[in-house]
Design a protein around this ligand. Structure first.
Ligand code: SF4
Length: 688
């Protein structure tokens, strides 16, 4: 078929949050081509899409795609139902719990795969219709500690820069980010700048592919990030290599952090992080000598029981070196799912915030939403996702509505999560497939993918971009916003949105940082970066050029002391397990496992084991290995490689058969952000 004869939509990738724009071509039955958009001003442009954005569309027509609602019959098996029957069952199931135990006994897990408009409605549905503040999303499992740490230090819990700044930097520090595999197009741009002469510093427990490009690669023991970051800051401060003028004029708390970093002496640092002092010194001096440095990270920094402190240590380092508010300098947490920035945070499917990070405990703000949504809202924060599963043990949560999340694989300690899902009084799952979570549901509602609906996503650098429908919804599936609207009306409300553009107008009217953002404008301009205060505001390419988003306009440096992982290796469990992503898979695999071509590359799980460990245990590549933690065990084939250190092992997160989260810990959460410690679990490794 010729491209010119096909339907085409200029849209945004539904995989990672780099947010590549491309034209998708369809004959109405399937996606036949993806071509990078040629819009000159498209925020992420000029580089080809990665393998997932280009080829990852088989899942849309997969044989097991849900095309009708499912309800459990008297025998406990699923049977197909009409929308009317299924929605009635949901309204009754959730309504009954609300009536008997109050709305607070219900919780919603929102979807970072869904559009901004849909996530806004999920927050509204939870508070207005169900009467609960216990709504959260996958952000809790990944970057909520970034949001908390950056918000506390600078005011906004988001990237301060644009993706373009990676090409303007003289120096890039990357940590806890397997950029080549998790954010491929961004990695390409970083590598291009390195080829052009920029320094690249990589700190990671694994010698990942992008480390080949590094000026310096330091292999770290997982769980001690604040230690090595503070050690770099200490060297800079003790040798007067900091930006005095920036510190003087634009920060508070300098003396406190200067004192607090003194405990991170070379001996302490070498001992716990494994990084030789010379590498701390060379990294510190490279950063200090650079005119423009970008600090980038992913979940290796955040998925810890002290992730917020790790992020604050990094925020301190960027501030004392004056690397904020200018081209090629700033902080950039790379968000994972396509719309975790917008759907997971900005739109307020959160237990403590309305859209635009407006605090629900603030009386004036709460009154604004109570007025707009015509309901009473409690000022008490609800449960974070990780806390919902613990609260269910105490019967404080009795019903859940899970949209586009696969909690039975993605929660920490999934043996516990499965038991919770099994015991819930009522569970609704809204998804494209009967995923591992849906297997516990009372009702499963069939939703649409991003190619079957229109709305907006917000990518990792705060750019709001259009998502456009190029195919009709498969079978009887429906977009999330239409399902929510129907359900809200069955539960006593009168929603009558006719389009997602109309929903976005409501978001705009209630959300100052989106005050100038409408679908019409986003479509016209290709993308708009928040904060965008009104229709005349150009949007914000770079935060903090003039002032920080704090009460006094200054960055509030935060003293961060010594901390260590909640679970340390010991005689019984001598190795530290870390988890992560691979290029050819995406999260729990609901999309990529249905891609025939992609599955040929990484069809199954593996554990990376250092050669020394392999020899000591008599293990060779390909051998099955039993991996045991205090929470459970999995069996997985070995890959013997010195990519990991001798005390560490690594397993990807993508496979149900050997679900790595059977090993991780659901109880030790970051005290501020409630992020789990996915990146450190003590395990034992034995031949199977
Ligand atoms: Fe999609 Fe991310 Fe790949 Fe771009 S880099 S095509 S946004 S998965």
């Amino acid at each position: 078929k010729r491209l010119k004869d096909l339907n085409v939509a200029d849209t945004t990738c539904g995989y990672c949050a780099v947010g590549c724009r491309f034209d998708l071509y369809s004959d109405g039955e399937e996606i036949l081509a993806a071509r990078p958009t040629e819009e000159e001003d498209a925020p992420v442009n000029g580089i080809s899409t990665c393998v997932k954005g280009k080829f990852g569309y088989d899942f849309i027509n997969s044989d097991d795609r849900l095309t009708a609602p499912l309800v459990r019959d008297e025998t406990g098996e699923f049977r197909e139902a009409t929308w009317d029957e299924a929605l009635t069952r949901v309204a009754e199931g959730l309504g009954q719990i609300k009536e008997q135990h109050g709305g607070e006994a219900l919780s919603v897990i929102a979807s970072s795969k869904a559009t901004n408009e849909e996530n806004y409605l999920m927050g509204k549905f939870a508070r207005q219709v169900l009467g609960t503040n216990s709504i959260d999303n996958c952000n809790r499992l990944c970057h909520s500690s970034t949001v908390a740490g950056l918000a506390k230090t600078y005011g906004y819990g988001a990237a301060s820069i644009s993706t373009d700044d990676f090409e303007l930097a003289d120096c890039i520090l990357l940590t806890g980010s397997n950029t080549t595999e998790a954010h491929p197009v961004l990695a390409t741009r970083i590598k291009q700048n390195v080829r052009d002469g920029a320094d690249l510093l990589v700190f990671d427990p694994r010698e990942i592919q992008i480390a080949e490009y590094a000026t310096q690669y330091s292999q770290i023991n997982p769980g001690y990030d604040a230690v090595w970051i503070n050690a770099i800051t200490r060297h800079i401060l003790n040798n007067d290599l900091h930006d005095e003028e920036f510190v003087e004029e634009r920060t508070t708390g300098f003396e406190e952090i200067k004192e607090s970093v003194q405990e991170f002496t070379p001996d302490v640092v070498e001992d716990v992080t494994g990084i030789p002092h010379a590498e701390i010194v060379s990294a510190a001096e490279t950063i200090a000598e650079a005119d423009r440095c970008v600090f980038g990270w992913t979940l290796g920094l955040t998925e810890h029981s002290h992730g917020t402190e790790n992020v604050m240590a990094m925020a301190n380092l960027a501030a004392v070196t004056g690397n904020l508010g200018k081209p090629g300098a700033g902080v950039s947490p790379f968000r994972g799912q396509n719309n975790v920035q917008g759907g997971g945070g900005d739109m307020g499917p959160l237990p403590d915030n309305f859209p635009g990070y407006q605090d629900i405990a603030d009386d004036e703000i709460r009154a604004k939403f109570e007025d707009a949504w015509d309901c009473e809202i409690s000022p008490e924060y609800g449960y974070y996702t990780t806390q919902m599963f613990l609260a269910a043990d105490e019967d404080d949560i009795r019903g859940m509505y899970i949209i586009g999340e696969n909690s039975a694989l993605s929660e920490p300690g999934v043996n516990h999560a499965e038991a919770v899902l099994e015991d819930l009084e009522f569970l609704v799952v809204q998804d494209l497939f009967v995923n591992e979570t849906a297997q516990y549901a009372d009702v499963v509602l069939p939703a649409c993918s991003f190619v079957e609906k229109t709305g907006t996503f917000t990518n990792t650098d705060r750019t709001v971009q259009m998502v456009k429908q190029v195919m009709e919804p498969k079978g009887g599936s429906r977009p999330d916003w239409k399902i929510l609207q129907d359900l809200a009306n069955r539960m006593g409300r009168e929603w009558d949105y006719s389009s997602t553009a109309e929903i976005m107008r409501e978001v705009k009217s209630l959300t100052p940082i989106y005050g100038g953002i409408s679908q019409e404008r986003v479509d016209r301009e290709g993308g708009v970066q928040w904060p965008c205060w009104d229709d005349d505001h150009p949007g914000t390419v770079r935060l903090y050029e003039d002032e920080f988003n704090t009460d006094d306009g200054k960055a509030h440096l935060q003293a961060v002391g010594y901390s260590e992982p909640a679970e340390l290796p010991d005689e019984e469990y001598p190795f530290t397990l870390t988890t992560g992503r691979v290029l050819y898979q995406y999260h729990t695999g609901t999309m990529t496992h249905r891609e025939e071509g992609i599955m040929q590359y990484t069809p199954s799980d593996f554990i990376e084991i250092h050669p020394e460990t392999a020899v000591n245990h008599g293990i060779e590549s390909g051998d099955l290995v039993r991996v045991t933690s205090r929470r459970g065990e999995v069996v997985v084939p070995a890959q013997v490689t010195d990519r990991v250190g001798p005390k560490n092992v690594f397993i990807p997160i993508h496979f149900a058969e050997s679900a790595v989260n059977r090993l991780t810990d659901e109880e030790h959460l970051d005290p501020t952000a409630a992020t789990p410690e996915f990146k450190v679990s003590a395990v034992r490794v034995t031949p199977y």
